[in-house]
Unconditional design. Structure first.
Length: 216
């Protein structure tokens, strides 16, 4: 996992789909942003967040999308990837992902409405002993482990009411993408993905955020 702790917060501009760009190319990568409908912070619910990432990291999704990096924020998803096979297009694969995750959202919404309970991160996290902390930090920075949301303190995490889950739409109709043009562009977008939760104030280091990942 790359180290991003000392980098400035990068700026990145999302654009609509590029005219003339071949979205079936297996050699091209795009930075993609999917936004929750009405910008509701519905992924603040840990159960729903895990369902979305489980779908993103499933064998079915990874068989078609060459996923390189991702971060799931409370109201949007960033990921960097491309197509693995030329018979597919990235917009179509994203459409399939949005459709499947919407069904997961409907099921989770029913559970929340019926119970009136949302699964939020813990506000009290037990601190590790110094020697354990040092060992954990080394593993986190090397990308060998990932923290679970139940055991990390996420500061300024948004609150959301069960009523927000009454809406049927999960995602906004459009998605935003940025075609990766060179190595510098790739690094800037990887930095952007890593630093997004830090910039939002949820964690102090990218490696502490449980909903970020980098793949080979």
């Amino acid at each position: 996992m790359p180290h991003f702790d000392h980098l400035p917060y990068p700026s990145r501009y999302n654009t609509l789909r590029l005219l003339g760009y071949d979205y079936t190319s297996t050699r091209k990568l795009c930075a993609v942003t999917l936004v929750a409908y009405s910008r509701r912070p519905i992924f603040a619910d840990m159960t729903l967040a895990k369902l979305i990432l489980k779908s993103l990291l499933s064998h079915e999704t990874l068989a078609h999308i060459d996923l390189r990096a991702f971060t799931l924020m409370p109201d949007h998803l960033h990921f960097l990837g491309g197509v693995r096979k030329p018979e597919f297009t990235l917009p179509n694969l994203i459409g399939t992902f949005k459709s499947f995750t919407t069904q997961l959202y409907w099921k989770r919404s029913r559970e929340i409405i019926e119970s009136g309970e949302i699964s939020l991160p813990s506000k009290e996290v037990s601190k590790s002993r110094v020697e354990n902390y040092r060992q954990l930090m080394s593993s986190l920075l090397d990308g060998r482990v990932t923290l679970r949301p139940e055991v990390v303190e996420l500061r300024d995490w948004p609150t959301i009411q069960p009523e927000s889950f009454l809406k049927k739409q999960l995602w906004q109709g459009r998605f935003f993408d940025h075609v990766i043009r060179n190595d510098k562009d790739l690094r800037e977008n990887l930095n952007y993905i890593a630093m997004n939760p830090v910039k939002a104030g949820y964690v102090s280091r990218p490696c502490f955020y449980p909903y970020t990942g980098f793949l080979d």
